[in-house]
Write a protein that binds this ligand. Structure first.
Ligand code: SF4
Length: 223
């Protein structure tokens, strides 16, 4: 069982970052087991359907230390479910790594170390998890953080557009600094349709395609 000094790990690997403003950079990945959500389009069900491997914090840090690239992504599943993720993040920040935390948005971000770049999902209705967002997290986002909407349909797009107009615009109409990513679930939503809607509505969001699925279309893990 995971403790304050060990983590249940689904995968440790080194690959190309595929889903954020850091897409394209070589990156060390720490994928934690377990998730508290069940999104309709989940492509990482093995993180909660399979038993992970229990590893000490030091073993994980040794894996990271075996690579010289600075970018490290902590993902899942939902990484904030495990207590030892906090000392892991702190250790990585102190080692001068650029740390990305990919989180599903349902758990509080209040205790994430300040140096960590949070990439927070806002789940849309098509995921069947839209009511799970911990709304207070929005106030905890820093300028370097990112918010990701994964869209399954035009209805999801319209929902997300309203959400960002409600939560990410100040009174002057100026978009806040946090980067906002819109990513289509494929094949349910064609990227070209999403591109047309973004251009039509002039939304200040970034269209995001999963780079790793273009690089390795037949792989289901290790990215
Ligand atoms: S939050 Fe992520 S890992 Fe969890 S069910 Fe949703 S897509 Fe899958």
């Amino acid at each position: 069982m995971a403790s304050s000094e060990s983590l249940n790990i689904s995968e440790l690997f080194y690959s190309i970052q595929g889903e954020s403003s850091y897409a394209g950079y070589p990156c060390i990945f720490i994928r934690l087991s377990g998730c508290n959500l069940r999104c309709s389009y989940c492509d990482a069900t093995y993180t909660y359907e399979e038993q992970g491997t229990l590893m000490d914090l030091q073993q994980i840090l040794d894996f990271v230390d075996s690579y010289s690239v600075r970018l490290v992504q902590i993902t899942g599943g939902e990484p904030l479910l495990q207590e030892a993720v906090y000392p892991l993040m702190q250790n990585l920040v102190e080692r001068q790594r650029v740390v990305l935390l990919e989180t599903n948005g349902s758990l509080s971000l209040a205790h994430v170390p300040a140096g960590v770049i949070k990439i927070m999902d806002v789940k849309c209705p098509g995921s069947n998890m839209a009511d799970k967002l911990h709304l207070a997290n929005i106030a905890l986002l820093a300028r370097h953080d990112e918010v990701k909407f994964v869209l399954s349909s035009e209805a999801d797009y319209e929902w997300a557009r309203t959400f960002i107009q409600t939560h990410f615009s100040d009174n002057t109409g100026k978009q806040q600094q946090t980067a906002i990513l819109f990513s289509p679930v494929q094949p349910q939503l064609q990227p070209s349709d999403l591109a047309e809607w973004l251009l039509r509505d002039q939304l200040p969001v970034r269209l995001q395609l999963q780079l790793h699925t273009q690089l390795w279309p037949n792989e289901t893990r290790g990215f």
